[in-house]
Design a protein around this ligand. Structure first.
Ligand code: URA
Length: 238
């Protein structure tokens, strides 16, 4: 493998950042300074950046508790993205969020560089279930729960697949409710629009489950941890 590819995959950054490391004579291969990006390296070579040993990280899977006011993107000119929450030492090339949560939505977000798994989890045919806790302005009723069980027509005419609505609390006097909503697709603002189609408004939204994954109660908003081997196996359906 070319040295510049190795350095990018080991987490040193973009092509131009890697070039800078090389130009600044910060990279050594087997104890010798190396400045050529084209140098071929093999698995037994000892490669260091600023005296720190580098290893290829391979596939990584992080379970992030997405906080509010961070966008689900890999890069943005002006706003903080979920990738800004990842420590440089945990960063790997092609790390990306699987699916999208709105800027004001919190909760479980999977980040990985495993493109195949990301593709499988998002494939419409796979019907991976996602469960959201929501606080609603307005009282959700049994009629709403029944309507969710059937295709629901959104205000723009789009039709959703059957979903599940569980009412956790409803307060007639204060006109608010707390619910769990499970959907198996990922239309734009889907939960908010489904609730709006019933004449009510989502005022707080948190994803608590995605397929075999559950939001880790030990994580605080903005924190993440690697998935366990058993979580990875379950996600991959093994
Ligand atoms: N549905 C929404 O409306 N927003 C989200 O962030 C996720 C699902």
């Amino acid at each position: 493998m070319r040295l510049d590819k190795f350095l990018a995959e080991a987490g040193l950054g973009s092509r131009s950042e890697v070039k800078k490391w090389l130009k600044d004579k910060q990279i050594t291969v087997n104890g010798e300074v190396e400045t050529s990006p084209k140098r071929q390296v093999i698995s037994t070579d000892q490669i260091f950046a600023a005296q720190k040993p580098l290893k290829l990280k391979g596939l990584v899977y992080y379970l992030l508790y997405k906080p509010q006011n961070v966008i689900t993107a890999t890069k943005d000119q002006s706003q903080r993205t979920v990738l800004d929450l990842i420590k440089p030492s945990d960063y790997v090339k092609d790390l990306a969020p699987v699916g999208r949560l709105d800027k004001d939505t919190t909760g479980l977000l999977l980040l990985t560089n495993d493109g195949q798994l990301a593709h499988d989890l998002l494939a419409p045919k796979k019907h991976v279930a996602k469960t959201y806790w929501a606080k609603i302005s307005g009282v959700m009723t049994k009629a709403d729960a029944d309507a969710f069980l059937h295709p629901l027509t959104l205000k723009n005419g789009e039709v959703t697949k059957p979903a599940h609505l569980e009412i956790l609390a409803a307060d007639e006097k204060e006109a608010y409710s707390e619910v769990l909503i499970t959907i198996t697709e990922g239309k734009y603002h889907q939960v908010k629009r489904m609730v709006a189609s019933r004449g009510k408004k989502v005022v707080a939204l948190k994803r608590i489950k995605m397929g075999a994954l559950t939001l880790d109660p030990t994580l605080k908003p903005g924190e993440y941890r690697p998935l366990t081997e058993s979580e990875i196996a379950k996600l991959k359906g093994r």
